[in-house]
Design a protein around this ligand. Structure first.
Ligand code: ZN
Length: 246
């Protein structure tokens, strides 16, 4: 039965030239990057770091206690040896085949680009980009990893921060508008690996006015009832099937 649904979706995407994929943490879990919003040890994090992740990973906290921010960030947010998984690769393949026009992601790990996707809209930025708070000089992920504690600018000595949207900070509006436009112009919208509970990113789905909303997620989302198909299979398997890889 499931295969029948995936076969129909595969045909839809085959016949499409503007499928858009919108994904979240679930896309990268098979690459070994845990969903820090998942229930794996939030309490443990709070007792270990003295505050919940939402507080430590905020712009306010970065300024108040950069040492603790970076301790948490280095230990929980950086996965330099993570590799793209089947989901990332399947999406890159669909782009190469001219089916997929954009990947919109809430992830900050750069794995879509590593898999070969060209058109990637990063709603929450990327750990691969970092910049000096004072002079805006840019730093790579390697620069951050090679430093220890709080990274400082080699030019002016100020704190270097990741180019990611922290809690309490405004979303990158340019990225959001670009994502909105991609959704509006999509003939098929596949949403995967996200529980669609974090706004305003989740509200993007509401901008899609087409008939083919497909949701691939292990657990129910608030948008399931608007979807043409809801798939509960692992996302890497579902996307590889849709892309004709398996
Ligand atoms: Zn600087």
């Amino acid at each position: 039965m499931r295969m029948n649904e995936l076969d129909v979706i595969k045909k839809l995407v085959d016949g499409s030239n503007s499928t858009v994929f919108f994904g979240g943490a679930g896309v990268s879990t098979a690459s070994g990057i845990p969903d820090f919003r998942g229930n794996n040890g939030l309490y443990k994090i709070e007792s270990e770091y003295g505050a919940p992740p939402e507080e430590i990973l905020s712009g306010r906290y970065l300024h108040k206690d950069p040492e603790r921010f970076y301790k948490y960030y280095r230990e929980n947010m950086l996965y330099p040896s993570a590799e793209p998984n089947g989901a990332h690769k399947a999406l890159a393949r669909l782009e190469r085949l001219g089916k997929l026009t954009a990947v919109i992601t809430q992830n900050i790990d750069g794995l879509h680009q590593a898999a070969g996707s060209d058109k990637v809209i990063e709603l929450h930025g990327s750990v691969l980009r970092n910049y000096c708070l004072e002079c805006r000089r840019e730093y790579s992920l390697e620069d951050i990893i090679e430093s220890s504690g709080v990274p400082h600018c080699t030019l002016c000595g100020s704190i270097v921060r990741p180019d990611v949207t922290l809690y309490g900070e405004a979303l990158d509006l340019n990225a959001f508008y670009e994502a909105e436009e991609a959704c509006i112009n999509a003939d098929v919208l596949i949403v995967g690996g996200t529980s669609l509970t974090v706004n305003p990113a989740a509200s993007l789905v509401g901008t899609y006015k087409g008939d083919h909303l497909i949701i691939i997620n292990k657990s129910p989302t608030p948008y399931d009832r608007y979807a043409e198909y809801v798939i509960r299979e692992p996302i890497e398997e579902a996307l590889q099937y849709i892309a004709g890889v398996i």
